[in-house]
Each structure stands twice: as C-alpha cells, then as structure tokens.
Write a new protein. Structure first.
Length: 209
C-alpha cells in the first residue's frame, strides 16, 4: 500500500509542468532540488525499477564503523561515521578523461601551519581522509559533507563507492568562502546503504589507494 501511494504521488509530480523560467534555461536555486528529484523519479519509472520501502536500509553508525579502520568513538554517528582530514592538496594542472584512459592532474600538497590549521582561500582542493574504508559486497558507500562544512561555505564531491571498494580515499573540496580547517578534524560522513550481493566487487584503479 505504501508503494502504491508513493508511485501515485511520483507520477503526479513527474507529470507536473515545470516553471516557465526553467524551460527557458534559468535554474533559480529554489527549484534545483525539486528538479533533481523529478529527474530521479523519472529514471526509476522509465527504467522500470521498482523500489520498495522495505528494501531501503541505511546501516547504523555502529555497523558502518565495522568497515572503517582507525575510527574513534566520537566519530560514530546515528547513521554513519565521520571521516577526518589527513592530507590536503591543491590541483595545479589539467587532467584528461579519454576513452581508453584517465590522466589525473598534478596535486601539490598543502601543509598546515604550526598550529595544525589549513588556512584556505577560495578554490578547488583534494583532501585525503585518515581512515581506511571498506565497502562490503552487500552495500554501496556514500560520502556526504558534514552540515557545519556546508554552513561555512564549502562542500565536497565524491563518487559512489562501489561494493568491494577499499582504500584511503581522496575527495574533492570546493571552498567558496575562506575557511580554516584543523588537520584531523571531522569533515565528511561515510554512509552505507544495503544492496543485493554482487558477485565481484570493485576492481578499478583506485582500489587499495
């Protein structure tokens, strides 16, 4: 019954007309979330993917902590585990995504000051977490910014962490307002969502990084 109601409201939302300014190419901030939501719902419907509420399962922070090495008790949250900043890099060169290979840009490590603080101007950075995470074969991993980071005018970018991935990850940090981050501070949250077991886990270039 829940699924039937959700499907009904999803269809009504996706059939709704978008505001005229969106059709003409404008994307006011207040519409971005609902437009993304509509696109996601359409992908589920047109792809004939049936999602039942009981299949959506987010692991508790205590369960996620079992798959994170070097985690302290204060990093465990109700629905995930906070990860801390270990190293920071400035992107200083171009990169390439080609059909047969990927060429990463050069990274220049940024050192904290004598007080262990990274004093960052506006710009694009890459940071490496201190903890090693492992995604079990029956789950997928997500990395989200801590709410305080967003409120300070910065956000992160991270791809889906596939089943079977293990490593000390590097994550994009976009600073839109000058910010000070202490080395070792909690900056993102690692979340695991249960999925069906896959036969073979991630084997890409970033495995065991």
């Amino acid at each position: 019954m829940r699924f039937a109601k959700a499907s009904f409201y999803s269809r009504k939302l996706c059939q709704a007309e978008l505001p005229r300014e969106l059709v003409n190419g404008g994307f006011p901030g207040k519409y971005i979330f609902i437009v993304n939501y509509i696109f996601i719902l359409k992908a589920f419907m047109f792809g004939s993917i049936l999602v039942r509420w009981k299949d959506l399962s987010v692991l508790t922070g205590e369960d996620v902590a079992k798959y994170v090495e070097g985690v302290c008790e204060d990093q465990i949250q109700p629905n995930g585990v906070d990860l801390t900043i270990g190293k920071l890099y400035k992107i200083v060169g171009p990169g390439q995504i080609l059909k047969e290979k990927i060429i990463l840009p050069e990274y220049m490590e940024v050192s904290p000051n004598e007080d262990g603080l990274y004093v960052l101007d506006n710009g694009t950075y890459i940071f490496q977490v201190r903890e090693r995470v492992t995604v079990p074969l029956d789950a997928v991993g997500f990395c989200l910014p801590r709410s305080s980071l967003v409120r300070l005018g910065a956000y992160i970018g991270a791809a889906l962490w596939d089943s079977g991935y293990s490593g000390v990850s590097r994550i994009l940090l976009k600073v839109n307002n000058p910010i000070v981050i202490e080395k070792g501070a909690r900056i993102v949250q690692f979340v695991l969502i249960k999925s069906k077991n896959v036969r073979s886990g991630y084997k890409g270039r970033y495995q065991n990084e």
